[in-house]
Design a protein around this ligand. Structure first.
Ligand code: GBH
Length: 486
């Protein structure tokens, strides 16, 4: 059946959790409904509609604020074990602070959680998936050290309110958003390359750790939940096995994997030595007094070390790495600090997103790398997905999903600690600045329709079958999949 490279039948355990993910800004819509405050993404896309590929922002999105019962129905159709969604900070705390708690907003998540539990679907809640309250952005946002306290206060509201029912918490989705927000086209789109991005990163990590310690101190005994953080961990291979390319890849991995994992999972904590010394050296050469990479104090290192019950792995693709040959990056910048050139193989199948190609062995290699470096950490794959054109016959997504799941089975066989797997995404949504021009859904959403009608794609049926059987069948085809999933 699943003979990819030999004839062994590999299967996922009964307790391996299969699920799907979304995030608040990308699916909820209702951006100003029932007392919700403005997020930095609302502000950004309202003032800069020109940056959105197809002009569609998150004002209405997939309208999950009103359609959540249909969403849960889809989860039941799929037969998933868990649903990963995020809470919109400005929906529950419109000012960003705890002075005003928006009861309507809090009730929305109560309703969603209760609906999930009614059908035995485990909620996995992300506290922060990119949508900072605009009020807090105006006060400096993630570049300000004060955000650590703001985030702790926000986390407390959520742990208090939902802790009795939510057992899986993810503090922050992808701290690497700092590099896209302070040197790219993600909100707040402030150009502070090589400076603001590193400041943001430090505060994101501390906010995570502070929320983790809060749960550990005040809720863990009572509620017995676990708290993790999701990192964007794509794998960097040497372009080929030339020593200089292997070395460049190692540096790239230090900056894109070690940067986040070292402070939390390594024995001594802190950012990787190579990262610290490279940024210091460049900073001095560039005329700065100190390194542009902020230091972590001994107390901060201690706070961060061990501050996760599990690692959330968001893995989509891989890259090939060579040393930088031409001076093509801005100075200073994260890219210039790393000093490598990345590309992807022409042999890897291309999705609808420029950055996303299929290279399933990458997830296997990633797991071997983190197992060796961080001694087999407990993980949960919290995002993996593929973008396509609109349309129900998403054969390329089916291929991607199957090949990656087989690679995951190989990783498990070789010792990787993986509690579950989560497809990005349950349904089409607003892909940030790509709008709805890139579709990641197992369900297609008709954005032209009033109810944002959802229809299962071929991949939804294949995923349902994988969840049922706990194996990956190379050739299984549903009959009549265009008619109904149930
Ligand atoms: C995920 O990040 C996000 O968590 C999720 O919200 C999103 O829907 C999903 O990606 C799909 O887009 O445009 O060339 O500058 C995955 C890691 C890092 C991938 C930033 C896209 C931007 C590349 N992402 N990257 S580019």
């Amino acid at each position: 059946t699943n003979a990819w490279s030999d004839n062994r039948l590999r299967r996922f355990n009964k307790d391996f959790m299969f699920g799907v993910a979304t995030s608040a800004y990308q699916v909820e819509g209702a951006w100003n409904v029932d007392g919700k405050g403005e997020s930095m993404w609302d502000r950004y896309l309202h003032t800069r509609p020109d940056v959105i590929a197809d002009g569609r922002n998150g004002d209405v999105a997939s309208d999950s604020y009103h359609q959540y019962k249909r969403d849960v129905e889809m989860l039941r159709e799929l037969g998933v074990d868990h649903y990963r969604f995020s809470i919109s900070w400005p929906r529950v705390l419109p000012t960003g602070f705890t002075n005003i708690k928006n009861e309507k907003g809090l009730e929305y998540y109560d309703n969603l959680i209760n609906e999930l539990l009614k059908y035995n679907i485990e909620p996995m809640v992300t506290l922060y998936h990119f949508d900072l309250p605009q009020t807090l952005q105006q006060l400096g946002g993630w570049a300000s050290p004060l955000v650590v306290q703001w985030f702790e206060d926000y986390a407390k509201v959520l742990f208090e309110r939902y802790g009795d029912r939510v057992k899986y918490w993810i503090t922050i989705n992808q701290p690497s958003f700092c590099f896209e927000g302070y040197g790219g086209i993600m909100a707040p789109a402030l150009n502070s390359k090589g400076i603001g991005d590193y400041m943001c990163l430090k505060h994101v990590l501390l906010a995570h750790a502070t929320a983790y310690r809060l749960y550990e101190r005040e809720y863990k005994k009572k509620y017995k939940g676990s708290v993790g953080i999701s990192l964007s961990l794509n794998y960097g291979f040497g372009f080929d096995n030339k020593t200089e390319n292997e070395e460049a890849a190692e540096i790239y991995r230090d900056f894109t994997i070690g940067m986040y994992m070292n402070p939390i999972w390594s024995k001594y904590g802190d950012f990787p030595k190579t990262v610290k010394s490279r940024v210091l050296k460049k900073s001095k050469e560039q005329g700065y007094e100190m390194s542009r990479l902020p230091t972590l104090s001994p107390e901060e290192i201690k706070l961060l070390k061990g501050s996760a019950d599990f690692l959330g792995v968001n893995h989509y693709t891989s890259v090939l790495v060579k040393p930088q040959k031409t001076e093509k990056f801005e100075v200073p910048s994260f890219e210039d600090d790393i000093g490598v050139e990345i590309s992807q193989s022409v042999h890897w199948p291309q999705s609808k997103s420029s950055w996303l190609k299929s290279s399933p062995f990458g997830i296997y290699r990633l797991y071997m790398y983190i197992n060796q470096k961080y001694d087999y950490p407990q993980t949960f794959i919290t995002e993996q997905g593929w973008s396509s054109e609109p349309g129900l016959n998403d054969r390329t997504r089916v291929d991607y999903l199957r090949e990656y799941l087989v690679a995951v089975l190989f990783a498990i066989e070789d010792g990787a600690q993986i509690m579950g797997y989560t497809v990005w995404s349950l349904m089409d949504n607003v892909e940030w600045v790509a709008g709805t021009s890139e579709r990641f859904g197992l369900y297609e959403v008709d954005f032209e329709s009033e109810e944002k009608t959802r229809t299962a794609r071929l991949s939804a049926l294949v995923y349902k079958r994988i969840i049922q059987k706990r194996i990956v069948e190379k050739d299984w085809e549903p009959d009549n999949w265009k008619i109904s999933i149930t």
